[in-house]
Design a protein around this ligand. Structure first.
Ligand code: PLP
Ligand code: COI
Length: 345
């Protein structure tokens, strides 16, 4: 098979899968300090078989995107928030955090190095940026690593859920992705391993993905396996679950601001009870990969909750999408500090 290159790639056919761009960022923590990060050309990382990442799950990651604007510039959406969240995730697993300013600088550097892989404006694609941190070294007993690798790869992507802004159907799972006082609020590998079975069962039955309930009472919506959840109430409020066991989504906090400041709506984080589902006029999944994916219906056991007519994007969801995506691609003025331009010179 011939390798895909920026010259041969079909930007508007991309799904959400990995393409090796040939340039990754790596930094190494050893003897109590981080090395200066560098660009490496291999997608392979050679580490000890005794590394805690393999056995004891010391792994956390981030996801953000680089966007090509109409005038050809490349910009990032709130990378400082990803840096902060990765520090929180690392601290939850007793890992050595990668410093915030170094994280932001590394994201700019890796995007600049891979600039030709940032898809064209209006191709429907973006450059997904995946920073991750792993515990490495020779450890056998259950304890944190003393050595770490911080790495970033990038890969051009299209929509995470097939159809993009087409309403998708979700299935509520009986499984939990996180425990009430566990690691649900951290972006750690184990949460995704725990959610894989629920996602597989949902997809096998034709759903886009699983939705998880709160693990303590199983009466409230938590989140999708790969995105947060929102709903528009009959009295036109934007509501989204408040829970210590869901990921604090950067898209979620951005949409709360957009709903309040630009759409003049009340927007709140609150308990979202299963029994309220039937009363919502619109619902959606939101995240970096999911962007805003409207939810056409949610199935829970014998019940099927349909939002709107289940086929078309609701009007509030559409307006939220236009603002968010407009800001990300530079077509709509951004709130102060939300956009960072990548200097290519
Ligand atoms: N929830 C989960 C479980 C996720 O994996 C993601 C993706 O990052 C999100 C929510 C959305 O978070 P963000 O908007 O920061 O991408
Ligand atoms: C993201 O939206 O960045 C995610 O991490 C979701 C998924 C690909 C795990």
């Amino acid at each position: 098979m011939t390798a895909i290159t920026p010259d041969t790639i079909q930007w508007n056919d991309l799904g959400f899968s990995y393409i090796d761009t040939g340039k990754s960022f790596r930094a190494y923590f050893k003897d109590g300090q981080w090395s200066e990060g560098q660009i490496e050309s291999s997608k392979y990382i050679s580490i000890s078989e005794a590394s805690p990442v393999f056995h004891y799950g010391q792994s956390c990651f981030e996801g953000l995107k680089a966007y090509r604007t109409q005038n050809g510039d490349i910009q990032l959406f709130r990378p400082d928030k990803n840096a902060d969240r990765m520090i929180d995730s690392a601290e939850r697993l007793l890992m050595e955090p990668y410093p915030k300013e170094a994280f932001i600088e590394a994201v700019h550097k890796i995007v600049k190095e891979n600039a030709e892989w940032v898809p064209p404006y209006e191709s429907g694609a973006t450059l997904y940026i995946r920073p991750f941190l792993i515990g490495v070294g020779d450890i056998v007993g259950v304890k944190p690593a003393e050595e770490y690798i911080f790495s970033i790869f990038v890969t051009p992507v299209g929509p995470y859920f097939k159809g993009g802004l087409q309403p998708a159907n979700f299935l509520i799972s009986d499984y939990d992705r996180a425990a009430p006082n566990g690691t649900g609020a951290a972006k750690v590998g184990g949460n995704y391993a725990a959610g894989n079975l629920a996602g597989k069962l949902a997809k096998e039955q034709g759903y886009a993905d699983a939705i998880f309930l709160d693990p303590a009472t199983k009466t409230k919506i938590e989140e999708v396996g790969s995105a947060n959840f929102f709903a528009i109430t009959a009295d036109n409020r934007f509501i989204t679950p408040k829970s210590p066991s869901i990921l604090p989504s950067i898209t979620k906090y951005s949409l709360i601001d957009i709903a309040r400041e630009r759409l003049g709506m009340e927007a709140i984080e609150t308990d979202v009870y299963l029994k309220e589902l039937a009363s919502f006029s619109e619902a959606g999944a939101m995240g970096t990969a999911a962007v805003i994916t409207p939810i056409g219906s949610i199935v829970h056991g014998e019940h099927r909750y349909v939002f709107g007519n289940g086929q078309d994007v609701g009007s509030v969801t559409q307006r939220l999408y236009n603002e968010l995506v407009g800001i990300q691609f530079g077509d709509v003025a951004a709130p102060e500090g939300w956009i960072q331009k990548v200097e290519l010179g």
